[in-house]
Design a protein. Structure first.
Length: 1002
């Protein structure tokens, strides 16, 4: 990033290096033009994550910042999180889409920095030029006045004030309403915008003086009711003075019979105003002009160029037939506003004489540019197109029995809803789901007491495909919400896919452990689906909050998927992306050259164990034997999964399950657990572990039963057991009976280690959420060629559809044909984030990674061994095989230890499991030191009959990438954070168990 040398010691705020500033300016312009060009590649709207909102809670900056850095912050934290009205899928409110021409014109206006309150300057002539065009459009006389304002709300207020002045005389400006005996009343449709009532309020006349006249069946003002209301008020001694017709009502887009209202106003002596916020510019479209007949008779018209005119915000306008009445209402002579016939004070009257603002931006320039470049006819065609699309939407709704049209379509607004029981509540939920999907953004209103989904088609970019997307998404979400075939406790991402913002989609398609736990956004692992830059994350043996890198990768993928939402079938797109994930995994893991190697994807490592066990069970008439290592050192649900039982209450595909119930009726495997630590927490001798496993295999083979061995690489506390070389030898002894799944879900193995397992015919289960520090719940089963040949044509049980979808298996696998064509885009985004982490780690030279891992391990071990409050849990040396000394994975990256306190007799006593858990839960808080996260407590036997747990400080790929980025300084920073986490632990133990402080110097 270029740093700009601003002269912050002097008074000037101009850059001292104009060349660098110009280069950055070009980049900023390119970025905003790219944003507009590629708008369809983005979701319509994305809810802002809390960490982004928190960026705008910072204190006033007193020191300068680099312009490039501030621009980067804009691109990262502001641009993605706007309301989305530039997007063609935005149909929520009547807001224009803007244009690139308008963007450039606004930049030029800002560069001029012109104040259009007055003075003799050409920018005022530009505004007068636009006024001339408006007179021409509405057939107003040359004496008509007008000016730009913020929007129609301000223009309506000004019209009320002008009408008030005409009714009561100019003295009302001096004496106020109290000096008049007349009680003014005004009239408008019950469907008019609330800003008319607000104008009555702000003008001092009061909302009670506004009569909301009923509407007819076409949602127009009822003329008979209007005439009756006027007569009634006159009879009551009141003074009718103002009637506002509407050209495009806010709810349904209805246009009052303006000609009839004009004639009535003329008969009654009322000021006839038209609120034409968006509808007035329908005069640019020949087909719409008949609907607006009578608008040319108005005394004043308020409208917005930033709606149907597509001018960037803001660009409201008021035109007044009687320019003198307009001037009489706002002109306020003052000495500093003295006018002359020559010089800069010439050119009277000025815009400040026609409105309340003396400080006024150059709104006219972007409007002038828009009409000069595009021409009024082209803008009129864009307006006609939005109405044509509304009629298309209307016809789609009428043709669909599941949808109900709630109001006639006059212009470009369509009100409808999904037919169902409890329709108001259901459609309210449906609306939110539509908005959060990022596919389309309608809004809501109430029609005859019924909740309505309101689609206002205003954007010139909107096409028929966008309207069809709205219909498709409404039906699919409506069906899912109201007619689901089975209750879904934890729904996978619904078709047509990506119907949630990235932050929420990352929590879908796992199980209940992935979902945020109220009241915070953390899940049961204490992790968030958004980056948490302030947390020192050393808990990767359990889980880690997603990084900025990972979130950006997931968010980009979601945007790419959204771009194809209307063109590609969801299942086909999911299949394609799953194939891409498999190919990328092979490449980044260095095994893409192994012919016949395949990968199956799943939501978690536990799902992979279940799939492997079900697979093993299907090939034999006898129940297989599954040998696994101690469940405390694997996953909490692994034992149940390997036994062919559901391990949770909901599956990744959203099925409601009964934990512990059989997955199907086939032969359930027999599961034997092998302890790998003694009761005192010490690792069992590998010879003892090997002997126990071998005896179980011999028993099964003697009974002609197949065996599935689950080897650990590595366990929760860092044990590599029973070991790669021994496992390879065991397979050579019983190749017909023994299959091996290497539980490498920690992903703490190098490409060379992975290849050795695959070369010996082992399946390898890995996840992207441990060492890679990707989001929780993304698993992959590496299937070596020999196993592919055996298993690809063996059908998986249909019951596995609760856990797996067809696309999650490689192309051509007959085994998966009985699975559903379901999608799990949450899983896909989580893998995308994990692959970003893996790519970054793969780019680190192997020697640099190894050197840092060794340095980190030495520093952590030294600190743990030196602290009386910490006692390390012993770990075997990692015996990986030939050449392992040159690889980073020959050095442990999980460092387990048990917390201790001082007993009254001066001895060290381990904390109980409850006490350890209590300390662990305090780590993410900032009250006792820097916020940090370690691996969750793991049961590790007992001490003197008291069950204890070990905490784990873990090194992740993300930390290695950070540590090797900038040499020794970056490595030192990572190590310092790790040691600070240990220091916080010691402090917490000393605080909660004060006697320990005496031990620290013993």
């Amino acid at each position: 990033m270029t740093s700009f040398d601003f002269d912050d010691t002097g008074a000037s705020l101009d850059p001292t290096d104009w060349a660098s500033f110009r280069a950055q300016a070009h980049r900023m312009l390119d970025d905003i033009l790219d944003f507009t060009r590629d708008i369809r590649q983005r979701p319509v709207w994305t809810p802002a994550p809390q960490h982004v909102r928190d960026e705008f809670r910072a204190a006033l900056p007193h020191s300068p910042s680099d312009l490039g850095a501030v621009h980067d912050a804009f691109m990262r934290d502001i641009l993605p999180y706007t309301a989305g009205n530039s997007h063609p899928g935005f149909m929520g409110w009547v807001q224009g889409g803007g244009t690139p021409v308008g963007t450039l014109a606004e930049m030029l206006a800002a560069g001029l920095n012109a104040n259009l309150g007055g003075r003799d300057q050409i920018p005022l002539e530009v505004e007068k030029q636009v006024l001339h065009w408006v007179r021409e459009l509405f057939a107003f006389p040359a004496t008509a006045s007008g000016l730009f304002v913020t929007g129609t709300s301000m223009a309506n207020l000004m019209a009320v004030l002008i009408a008030r002045t005409r009714a009561l005389g100019a003295d009302v400006r001096r004496d106020g309403l109290g000096a008049s005996e007349s009680r003014l009343v005004a009239y408008t449709s019950a469907g008019a915008h609330n800003c008319i009532a607000q104008a009555m309020d702000l003008s001092g006349l009061g909302k009670a003086a506004l009569r909301l006249v009923p509407m007819n069946e076409r949602f127009q003002i009822d003329l008979a009711a209007l005439e009756a209301a006027i007569a009634q008020d006159r009879a009551a001694g009141l003074t009718p003075f103002f009637v506002a017709g509407t050209a495009g009502t806010v709810d349904v887009g209805a246009v009052d019979d303006l000609g009839a209202v004009a004639r009535l106003a003329d008969r009654e002596g009322l000021w006839f105003h038209v609120d034409g916020a968006f509808g007035a510019l329908g005069m640019l479209a020949p087909a719409l002009r008949p609907l607006l007949a009578g608008i040319e008779q108005a005394d004043s018209i308020a409208f917005d160029f930033h709606k149907w005119g597509q001018v960037p915000y803001d660009a409201g306008f008021l035109i007044v037939r009687d320019g003198q009445a307009h001037l009489d209402t706002f002109a306020a002579p003052a000495a500093y506003l003295r006018r002359e016939s020559r010089g800069l004070q010439a050119g009277s009257p000025w815009p400040c004489d026609f409105g309340p603002d003396l400080s006024r931006g150059f709104r006219a320039l972007k409007t002038w540019f828009t009409f000069k470049v595009h021409g009024a006819d082209r803008i009129g065609r864009a307006i006609s197109q939005t109405c044509d699309l509304a009629r298309h939407l209307e016809q789609r709704i009428k043709a669909e029995p599941r949808l109900e049209l709630l109001a006639p379509v006059a212009l470009n607004i369509v009100c409808f809803r999904y037919r169902c029981a409890d329709a108001d509540a259901a459609n309210a939920d449906l609306l939110v789901a539509l908005q959060e999907s990022g596919l389309c953004v309608p809004s809501s209103t109430t029609i005859d007491g019924r909740f309505a989904i309101r689609a206002a088609i205003v954007n010139h970019r909107t096409r028929r495909e966008d309207v069809d997307t709205l219909i498709r998404a409404t039906l699919q979400i409506g069906d899912r919400l109201t007619h689901a075939k089975a209750k879904r406790a934890v729904p996978a991402a619904p078709v047509p896919f990506v119907l949630l913002p990235t932050e929420q989609l990352l929590t879908q398609g796992g199980d209940e452990r992935l979902l945020p736990v109220a009241p915070g956004r953390l899940n049961k692992y204490g992790c968030a689906p958004v980056p948490d830059a302030g947390l020192a994350a050393f808990g990767s043996s359990t889980a880690t909050s997603i990084s900025t890198l990972g979130f950006a990768a997931a968010d980009r993928l979601r945007g790419e998927l959204l771009a194809e939402a209307g063109a590609v079938d969801a299942e086909l797109l999911y299949r394609r992306e799953c194939d891409r994930v498999r190919a990328t995994l092979k490449t980044l893991c260095g095994v893409d050259d192994i012919a016949g190697l395949d990968i199956a994807l799943a939501a978690s490592g536990t799902d992979l164990h279940l799939i492997a066990a079900e697979w093993a069970s299907g090939g034999s008439a006898k129940a297989p034997l599954v040998i696994m290592m101690d469940a405390c050192e694997t996953g909490s649900g692994v034992a149940a999964a390997l036994g062919g039982r559901h391990f949770g209450e909901a599956s990744p595909q959203g099925a409601v399950l009964v934990a512990g119930a059989p997955v199907d009726q086939r032969n359930a495997p027999e599961v034997v657990q092998v302890a790998i630590r003694d009761d005192d927490g010490a690792p069992r001798p590998l010879a003892d572990v090997h002997a126990q496993i071998e005896s179980q295999v011999v028993r099964a083979v003697a009974a002609d039963r197949r065996v599935l061995l689950i080897a650990l690489d590595v366990s929760k506390t860092g044990l590599l057991v029973p070991g790669p070389a021994w496992v390879a030898g065991l397979r050579r002894r019983w190749p017909r009976y023994l299959d091996v799944v290497v539980d490498a879900c920690q992903f703490r193995l190098s490409p060379a280690s992975l290849r050795r397992y695959l070369d010996t015919g082992c399946l390898v289960a890995m996840t992207g959420s441990k060492f890679l520090a990707g989001p929780t719940f993304c698993g992959a089963l590496f299937i070596p060629p020999a196993m592919t040949a055996r298993w690809r044509d063996r059908p998986l049980p249909p019951a596995l559809s609760a856990y797996s979808a067809r696309a999650e298996w490689p192309q051509g696998w007959a085994a998966a044909t009985h699975l559903d064509d379901a999608t799990n885009f949450g899983l896909l985004l989580r893998w995308q984030a994990a692959l970003a982490e893996l790519q970054a780690f793969a780019d680190v030279p192997a020697t640099k990674a190894r050197d840092f891992v060794e340095t980190f391990a030495a520093a952590v071990r030294a600190r743990v061994e030196a602290e009386p409050a910490l006692r390390p849990l012993q770990v075997h040396a990692l015996q990986r095989g030939a050449g392992d000394d040159a690889s980073w994975d020959a050095t442990p990256t999980i460092f387990p230890f048990v917390l201790h306190r001082l007993a009254p007799d001066g001895t060290r006593v381990p904390l109980t499991r409850a006490e350890t858990l209590d300390i662990y839960r305090l780590l993410p808080d900032d009250a006792a030191g820097p916020r940090c996260q370690l691996g969750q407590p793991v049961a590790c036997g007992s001490r003197d009959g008291v069950p204890v747990s070990a905490l784990r400080l873990c090194l992740s790929a993300r930390l290695i990438v950070e540590a090797t980025a900038d040499g020794d300084e970056s490595a030192a920073r990572v190590i310092a954070r790790a040691l600070a986490a240990l220091d916080k632990l010691v402090h917490l133990v000393a605080t909660r168990h004060p006697s320990l402080s005496k031990l620290q110097h013993a």
